[in-house]
Design a protein around this ligand. Structure first.
Ligand code: ARG
Length: 571
């Protein structure tokens, strides 16, 4: 659609020159003005001429009429002036040739704006759970939004570095070490994994409430860890490995891999240099014993750099990590995906980086998202009363499996398919919302095969596969013949893919892709129900419909890849 829009705008710009050459309206300007009308009866594209009226010194109705008089393009079937709009109806035959040709040529790259990221590097910091604390549904957002943004950028030709900035350092390890000495048992922990650690963690937090002296003990153990005590380091590494092994299972279900797991602990020895720089630049202020950067001139509360006891804080570590990553990856953009609750934290330390004179400060992007509750229940982390991501997936997979057993008991690889559909249902449901909105997760809605859900779109993908499996003779290079409005409508939807990808990247918004997938699935299913494919009236029409099916399959598959949704060949 991008090239089609360019062709059309170039022709319109030519005509506008004949009206008033001095106005010098560029094709690019026209292109940006082109709209998708809300109702297809008003055309596939429209130019609202009132926006040109002032520049051209002519009434909108007259401008539209003048364009309509001499406009002509291969890609346009007809065009008309109506109420100051120039409405354009695209040619199905032209679209078919273009879409099918491009799908045949580009395949998995169809829809990719590959020139966009050429030679550029993006670092993405996402998921980043806190070790030995539960990996719960609050992490769903950072994990799937983060990974989708990575996939989108990769699709657009960027070199991407996905970093899991594990919360693998901090006083919680002091607490865990105390708890382990008091109640722990190595075998039970090996067997119980992260659950056993979380249990210890919850137990020690409760114990600290009753006996604050335990908190001092925990601090002392953490201090020992910081000072490199061998025994504590061994325990710490063990806790991290156990937690990581558990997270990996969830990542595997989602098809997520990280390029780096350098967590908070990695930056311990990289902070002093940044603190010194802040001090040398006169940016640090002492406030009640703590060292802060005053951000009042920028309308923010101070950024905390050192506690009274000289220990570092969350922002200190983020600053050191950003400097290290700039030196290591020389990124053109670094994206952080966290809950909106951390927005102030990012705004503060981004400002500090700017004040420190790092000229790349404006390449840092915070991508926030809203809260999640499930079936109306909010989360409480400290008490251990949380819904784990693992359990949410397990429940969804089990429900899908029972539905499948009923609907399609002979399905091969039932386990694998149930996992793909069960996990996909949750991911798709979550990513259907604008990321910043708070969402209430309704399991029943997510799992429905009928609504606008993951199962529905995966089912549609499987449908394209089954049609094509029956038709080995498909020839993507043969002459095409488009005969129905449903075919043209499908083609229009498919041709929008690249624009959708660009929009999703610009807005850091995977839900734009999710909604587009629903458009494609809807258009394909209408076509499927209304047009006979295998029983088409002649060879050429049959081949055209198969080619459209291949194109829809390609677009769905490519788009699934952008939002962590598995391609299911059979459901
Ligand atoms: N571990 C943090 C948490 O769970 C998220 C880390 C986000 N990334 C960062 N660079 N601060 O809240």
């Amino acid at each position: 659609m991008i090239t089609i829009k360019s062709t059309i705008s170039a022709k319109i710009a030519e005509i506008l020159k004949t009206i008033n050459a001095d106005a010098a309206i560029e094709a690019e300007t026209v292109r940006e003005m082109l709209e998708y009308p809300p109702d297809e009866k008003m055309g596939d594209l429209a130019l609202p001429c009132f926006k040109l009226s002032k520049l051209l010194r002519m009434a909108p109705v007259k401008i539209a009429a003048t364009i309509a008089e001499s406009f002509e393009a291969d890609c346009v079937e007809r065009a008309e002036a109506l109420n100051g709009y120039f409405n354009i109806y695209l040619s199905g035959a032209y679209l078919a040739g273009k879409v099918v040709g491009e799908v045949a040529e580009k395949g998995e790259k169809y829809g990719a704006p590959t020139e966009m990221g050429q030679g550029k590097t993006v670092v993405l910091d996402y998921s980043s759970p806190n070790v030995a604390k539960p990996f719960h549904i609050g992490h769903l957002g950072t994990t799937v939004i983060g990974h989708s943004l990575k996939k989108l950028h990769e699709f657009a030709g960027y070199k991407c570095v996905g970093i899991n900035y594990l919360g693998d350092w901090g006083t919680q390890f002091g607490k865990l070490i105390v708890a382990y000495h008091k109640w722990g048992n190595a075998e039970a922990i090996e067997a119980g994994g992260v659950d056993a650690l979380v249990e210890l963690y919850v137990k020690i937090n409760n114990a600290i409430n009753d006996d604050p002296a335990l908190a001092d003990e925990a601090r002392a153990e953490f201090r020992k860890l910081e000072d490199g005590d061998e025994e504590n380091i061994k325990l710490w590494r063990w806790f991290v490995d156990i937690s990581l092994a558990e997270y990996q299972k969830t990542y595997k279900q989602l098809g997520i891999e990280f390029d780096s797991y350098k967590g908070e602990s990695f930056y311990t020895d990289k902070m002093p240099a940044q603190v010194q720089k802040l001090r040398d630049m006169g940016l640090l202020k002492i406030d009640d014993g703590a060292s802060i950067v005053d951000l009042e001139p920028y309308g923010m509360t101070p950024c905390l750099i050192l506690k009274r006891d000289g220990s570092t804080l969350y922002p200190t570590r983020d600053i050191a990590a950003a400097v290290y990553r700039k030196e290591t990856y020389d990124f053109d953009k670094m994206i952080y995906v966290t809950s909106a609750g951390q927005s102030l934290h990012f705004a503060q330390w981004f400002k500090v980086v700017e004040l420190m004179g790092y000229e790349w400060f404006d390449k840092l992007v915070h991508v926030p998202y809203g809260t999640v509750s499930i079936n109306g229940e909010k989360l409480a982390t400290r008490t251990g009363n949380v819904i784990l991501l693992r359990d949410l997936f397990a429940e969804s997979i089990a429900k899908v499996e029972s539905i499948m057993k009923e609907k399609n008991p002979d399905l091969p690889d039932m386990d694998k398919v149930s996992e793909a559909v069960g996990v996909g249902a949750i991911v798709f449901y979550y990513l259907s919302n604008n990321r910043i909105r708070d969402i209430n997760f309704m399991m029943e809605d997510a799992l429905s095969f009928e609504g606008n859900t993951g199962p529905y779109v995966q089912y549609t993908y499987a449908r394209t596969c089954s049609v094509l499996a029956k038709s080995p003779e498909l020839d993507m290079n043969a002459e095409l013949s488009v005969t129905t409005a449903d075919e043209t409508a499908l083609l229009k939807t498919l041709s929008r893919f690249e624009e959708v990808v660009r929009e999703a990247i610009a807005a850091y918004e995977p839900s734009i892709v999710t909604r587009y997938i629903l458009d494609v699935a809807g258009a394909y299913n209408r076509f499927y129900h209304n047009c006979s494919i295998l029983g088409a009236e002649n060879e050429q029409i049959r081949n055209t419909r198969l080619a459209l099916t291949r194109a829809a399959q390609t677009v769905l598959g490519n788009a699934f890849g952008l939002i962590c949704l598995a391609k299911t060949e059979k459901i």
